[in-house]
Write a protein that binds this ligand. Structure first.
Ligand SMILES: Nc1ncnc2c1ncn2[C@@H]1O[C@H](COP(=O)(O)OP(=O)(O)OP(=O)(O)O)[C@@H](O)[C@H]1O
Length: 262
């Protein structure tokens, strides 16, 4: 269980996160949603320890992660972040293998089991055909899938992802989110697409100006009233005719669309 306990972040006298309290149960997928600048990335940075909170704590199975070594945390929490980089002149295969580094000491020498793990991650992310390509030659979406594969070979208990669907085409967005739903890991994922979040997340935590505005199942949180209060847009709720998932249609005012040439 991952728990954010009254997590607060203050930078240069400005409060970016205010006493955020959130639990992500084992095997649960929780979506972190909210407008630009509401604090999603800042909260996630505290979880993968790129940032130390000014108050509160991040607990993993009841233990404050700040009391563990960074390597210990990296064995248990893998992150795909907006700052994740794959800009070394390495092949895809080499970058994915780097996911094993928290489990190793000294030179990276993979066992047969670890090599099989890497092959499986390449297959899952549909990048086996890119294994020998230099990462610098990849498209944004291909590179994003390499970073997810690298996180998977870390064999974490918790996956933290900051807008992982960035750069992905619609097929790979759907496949990644389906994978997150089915992988059995504890997942905390920042997303902008409310409909994808509704389809994949067990629960949604909605941030507004660094505070929790709402938290609950997609149908509890993604109400027209809450969406209007937090994002300032009008939506209509519909039920997906096939999956039964709650989906939102955005109500664009007619007078503002009249001028758009078709
Ligand atoms: N080091 C910093 N110093 C000052 N302000 C910061 C710092 N880091 C983040 N902020 C501010 O904190 C707020 C929250 O930023 P954050 O990146 O967490 O938002 P977000 O919800 O992830 O946004 P987005 O949806 O645009 O990715 C923003 O207003 C940002 O400008």
């Amino acid at each position: 269980m991952l728990s954010l306990r009254e997590l607060s972040v203050e930078v240069a006298g400005t409060t970016l996160i205010r006493e955020l309290r959130l639990d992500v149960g084992e095997g649960e997928v929780v979506g972190l949603l909210g407008p630009n600048g509401s604090g999603k990335s800042t909260a996630l940075r505290c979880v993968y320890r790129a940032l130390a909170p000014s108050g509160g704590a991040v607990l993993l199975d009841g233990t404050d992660i700040a009391e563990q070594g960074l390597r210990d945390t990296a064995r248990r929490i893998a992150a795909l972040t907006q700052d994740s980089r794959a800009d070394l002149d390495f092949t895809v295969e080499e970058v994915v293998a780097l996911g094993r580094s928290p489990h190793q000491r000294g030179n990276l020498r993979l066992s047969a089991r670890e090599r099989a793990l890497c092959r499986e991650a390449l297959r899952r992310m549909d990048i086996t055909h890119l294994a020998q390509r230099g990462v610098l030659t990849l498209s944004g979406g291909e590179r994003q899938r390499v970073l997810v594969a690298r996180a998977l070979v870390q064999e974490p208990e918790v996956l933290v992802l900051d807008e992982p669907t960035n750069h992905l085409d619609v097929r790979h967005q759907v496949e990644l989110l389906k994978f997150l739903r089915d992988c059995g890991l504890t997942v905390l994922v920042a997303l902008h697409d409310l409909n994808l979040a509704s389809a994949v997340c067990h629960r949604i935590a909605l941030l507004r100006a660094g505070s929790l505005a709402a938290c609950g199942t997609p149908s509890e949180v993604l109400t027209p009233e809450t969406i209007h209060a937090v994002f300032g847009v009008e939506v209509t709720q519909v039920t997906h005719p096939v999956t039964g998932a709650l989906q939102l249609l955005y109500d664009l005012p007619a007078d503002e669309t009249e001028g758009i040439s078709r």
